[in-house]
Design a protein around this ligand. Structure first.
Ligand SMILES: *Cc1c(COP(=O)(O)O)cnc(C)c1O
Length: 430
């Protein structure tokens, strides 16, 4: 499989090159030359496969021969080495829990896959790779954890000061080894802009920089697995499936739509956002007007200008009509999100997190507007403990701290404060 840049100003390249570069030299996002399809017998037999067997078949055509069969199977098996429970909330609504990995958020899957792929590609090379990543919350922790101790790779994380939760901050500032956290005086979009600038800066040419944001194909594509996992578990219901995805940078939902294009029977996608609603507004009005980021209680989705949206546009060939047949979008305020947390708890004594609650709201709204016999899944993208203040205050209960988090919380934060791009550059060159 070859990858091309969505800016169309650079040569097509291999999977490994796309993974190592992150962003194409013309600043475009990489996209596969064609979207492979899976044969009918794959879907007929899906329940008989283990999750790693299934995932291997899904990702294989995107990787091609660049990682051999045995190694790719090993990478996929290690990546998916935890549970993905489906929790029924009502007769036709379930939560797909994606937070059972080491950092309690769904980004673990993409980060673990990418770390292993990049480590594999850089094996034996004499130059270290520096992974530069901006985070609005969960990416940093997942990437840091995924790459911790990977030989030949340094990780530098930029996060907005005071705008991530305490737990998120601990997860990205306490690891040490090959991981460094830079605390930026600004918002997430400032961090993301600095990362993009660094990639284009010729004076940094001596450093092999790559990105681990969902712009990187090795982080983005493995997120397809969630939708296959849910389908595999729900196939026996014989219902049309719809997915509501709490969305920020739109990598996760875009991966789901890729899965659908490969043949996965999904009837519709719902992009659920907080008030950072560029995409729902686009679906309403047909014009894409990104806005400055607004801070919310679902902070991992505080993204004013989602970078993966261009990939979704590509999938539908920039045809708004086609896009709207497959994708709806709804946006919610923090007050609505808190009400949803209460509603989900009242329904099933289920403690959701604010991101999952936004997903639930979008799903309810879509199901309400469509009388068909549908089954809806909303993605529970983070453990409620990561948003403990909001969840405990809203639901008036205590969320028990999972064992794997206790150790992280007991460690001291270590970070370097930076204000602007100049500071970042001098850190990298030092
Ligand atoms: C990153 C994140 C999201 C948004 O995912 P995108 O792929 O950026 O749309 C939603 N919820 C949580 C908890 C996240 O960490």
């Amino acid at each position: 499989m070859k990858y091309f840049s969505l800016n169309h100003n650079t040569k097509n390249t291999s999977f490994s090159d796309a993974v190592i570069r992150g962003l194409a030299p013309d600043r475009g996002l990489y996209f596969p030359e064609k979207i492979p399809t899976l044969p009918k017998r794959f879907f007929d037999r899906i329940e008989g496969m283990s999750i790693p067997q299934m995932a291997y078949k899904v990702i294989k055509p995107f990787v091609g021969k660049q990682i051999n069969k045995k190694k790719l199977k090993e990478i996929v098996t290690e990546t998916l080495d935890f549970e993905f429970p489906l929790i029924e909330i009502t007769d036709n609504i379930a939560a797909l829990e994606l937070f059972q990995g080491p950092t309690l958020a769904f980004k673990d899957v993409g980060a673990r896959f990418m770390a292993r792929a990049l480590g594999h590609f850089n094996k034996g090379a004499n130059k270290k790779i520096t992974v530069l990543v901006a985070t609005s919350g969960d990416t940093g922790g997942a990437v840091a954890n995924g790459f911790l101790g990977v030989e030949g790779v340094n990780v530098v994380i930029l996060y907005p000061k005071g705008k991530v939760s305490d737990i998120q901050e601990k997860q990205l500032t306490t690891l040490g080894q090959n991981i460094t956290a830079l605390e930026v005086d600004g918002v997430f979009d400032d961090c993301q802009e600095m990362v993009k600038t660094a990639f284009l800066d010729n004076s940094l040419a001596s450093i092999q920089l790559t990105s681990a944001n969902s712009i990187n194909v090795a982080r983005w594509l493995p997120q397809m697995f969630y939708y296959f996992i849910a389908y595999r578990a729900l196939k026996h219901k014989n219902k049309k499936l719809v997915f509501s995805v709490p969305s920020g940078n739109f990598g996760n939902i875009c991966a789901g739509i890729m899965g659908q294009q490969m043949g996965l029977p999904i009837a519709h996608f719902i992009a659920s956002t907080n008030v950072n609603d560029s995409v729902p507004r686009y679906l309403d009005t047909g014009s894409y007007d990104p806005m400055p980021t607004v801070q919310t209680i679902s902070n991992a989705m505080d993204v004013g200008n989602p970078s993966n949206f261009i990939r979704i546009q590509k999938i539908f060939n920039n045809d708004l009509f086609r896009m709207k047949k497959n994708l709806s979008g709804y946006a919610y305020t923090d007050d609505q999100t808190k009400k949803a947390l209460k509603e989900i708890y009242a329904e099933k004594k289920y403690v959701a997190d604010p991101h999952g609650a936004v997903g639930y709201l979008g799903l309810k709204e879509y199901l309400h507007q469509h009388a068909e016999d549908l089954y809806g899944v909303f993605l529970e993208t983070a453990h409620p403990i990561k948003f403990i203040d909001t969840v405990e205050k809203t639901l008036k209960l205590k969320v028990p701290v999972p064992e794997r988090l206790k150790e992280t919380l007991s460690k001291e934060k270590e970070s370097i404060s930076i204000r602007d791009y100049r500071d970042l550059k001098s850190y990298l060159l030092d």
